[in-house]
Design a protein around this ligand. Structure first.
Ligand code: URA
Length: 433
């Protein structure tokens, strides 16, 4: 087999065999296929697309390119959850302990922030002492012991995806749906999930800007799941405004703890219950979402959900007193209110701009390995549809540096739109596939 012939085959719109796909993935991983050929290939895929069969085979080949986690020593159906990335998206911090408190084991590998969207692993590190690095045995043992672990990606997971993702990033081929779908699903499959709930974000602050695009991606991922024997459900949820009120690592941990205590923002609570209920159904605990939801609400009300978080923090070496005393989280030196310039209704809070502002404050990375400031961020006081008076506070900026505050402030001000017309209320959940 020659790579040049395989590039031509896709360029001319033909379907690959499984063997040809394995040849491409193995060759790229071991270095025998160079970047320039793989770039041409990725562009051919972007233009020509891939059939569901090809996408499934690509996913399996990428999942098999490195370590594969075997979770079979943990009893029960292991259900994973994945978000395509958003602003203020602390759903995993709520859903993982919530679902685990209901008896479904959660063995989760999460990522760090990427661009303007935050990452669960960075957020967890705002808890003093919390260890995100666990070896395979520690990780599995913790899930066997307490039913819950959230760690950074360990080992050599999907090296083919790591290489291809970096290449796509600089060859304008990130947007190819089969490549996004196989990238996400290969990581979930390699990390050993039996069933997967995907939170596909839609809107200004997300990869997929409208429901139609998000549906195409969701259907591609659900189809891969079907093909490889992992039950997969995709929830399409809104990312036109940040989720909840808090954006920034420690600020989001605080909001997640409040949500687990039953005092969280309405949208975050609703999304966590929707995703969590599906996880309980896929895990075989309930036949339908309604009963599963009621069970989860009861876990929150009884305090068992937040207790599960406390157990996880303790097991991973963190200061679990934070669950009762949110003041133990890192706090920024400056708190500055952003005021409304006119009275009216909030019609827009551009999630992407809020995400950028939080990176400017230091909550995200400007370069790959830059350190981040866990304390800084933004706490919204208003959401879309709320009424404001002139000079009322729209958001509070938490900063540690005056210059960073000044540039973030401009970005935050421009993220808000205020009108005399009350906007139509947008759905939080667009669709479940
Ligand atoms: N997230 C991923 O993991 N991969 C993609 O290609 C896009 C988003």
């Amino acid at each position: 087999m020659r790579m040049v012939d395989l590039i031509a085959k896709k360029r001319d719109g033909h379907e690959y065999t499984a063997e040809e796909i394995r040849f491409i993935v193995q060759g790229y991983t071991d270095g025998s296929i160079p970047d320039y050929q793989m770039s041409a290939w990725a562009m051919a895929v972007l233009f020509r697309g891939m059939t569901p069969f090809e996408t499934g085979e690509l996913t399996l080949a990428m999942a098999a390119s490195g370590d594969q986690f075997d979770l079979s020593s943990i009893p029960g159906v292991k259900v994973d959850k994945h978000s395509t990335g958003g602003v203020g998206d602390k759903t995993t911090l709520v859903v993982a302990p919530l679902v685990a408190s209901a008896g479904i084991p959660v063995a989760k590998m999460s990522g760090r922030g990427l661009g303007h969207s935050g990452g669960t692993i960075d957020k967890l590190e705002s808890i003093a002492g919390f260890q995100v690095e666990r070896n395979r045995e520690q990780f599995l043992q913790q899930v066997r012991d307490i039913g819950l672990a959230v760690v950074g990606q360990t080992g050599n997971l999907t090296p083919a995806d790591k290489k291809l993702y970096a290449l796509r990033d600089v060859t304008a081929t990130v947007e190819a749906v089969p490549l996004i779908a196989s990238s996400i699903m290969s990581k979930k499959i390699a990390s050993g999930a039996d069933a997967i709930v995907l939170d596909v974000k839609v809107g200004k602050g997300a990869f997929m800007k409208n429901v139609e695009e998000a549906e195409v991606l969701a259907e591609a991922m659900v189809s891969i799941g079907r093909q490889v024997g992992r039950q997969t459900v995709a929830v399409l949820s809104d990312m036109n405004q940040p989720l909840g009120f808090a954006v920034g690592n420690a600020l989001e941990v605080k909001e997640a703890i409040e949500t687990l205590r039953g005092h969280g923002p309405e949208d975050l609570t609703e999304l966590a219950l929707t995703i969590g209920a599906r996880m309980l159904v896929l895990g075989g605990l309930f036949a339908d979402d309604t009963a599963a939801r009621e069970h989860l609400k009861e876990r929150i009300a009884s305090g068992q959900a937040v207790e599960k978080l406390r157990e996880m923090i303790q097991a991973q070496g963190g200061d679990a007193r934070v669950v009762d005393d949110l003041d133990l989280l890192p706090a920024a030196r400056i708190q500055h209110g952003i005021k409304a310039k006119r009275a009216g209704f909030i019609t827009k809070i551009d999630a992407e701009k809020i995400g950028h502002a939080s990176v400017e404050l230091g909550a995200g990375r400007m370069t790959k390995d830059a350190p981040i400031d866990l304390a800084v961020g933004i706490v919204l006081r208003k959401k879309i549809g709320d009424r404001v008076d002139r000079d009322e506070t729209l958001a509070v900026v938490h900063a540690n540096d005056e210059h960073m505050l000044a540039s973030a402030q401009k970005e935050i001000e421009s993220a808000f739109e205020i009108s005399t017309e009350n906007p139509d209320k947008k759905s939080l959940i667009y669709k479940i596939i």
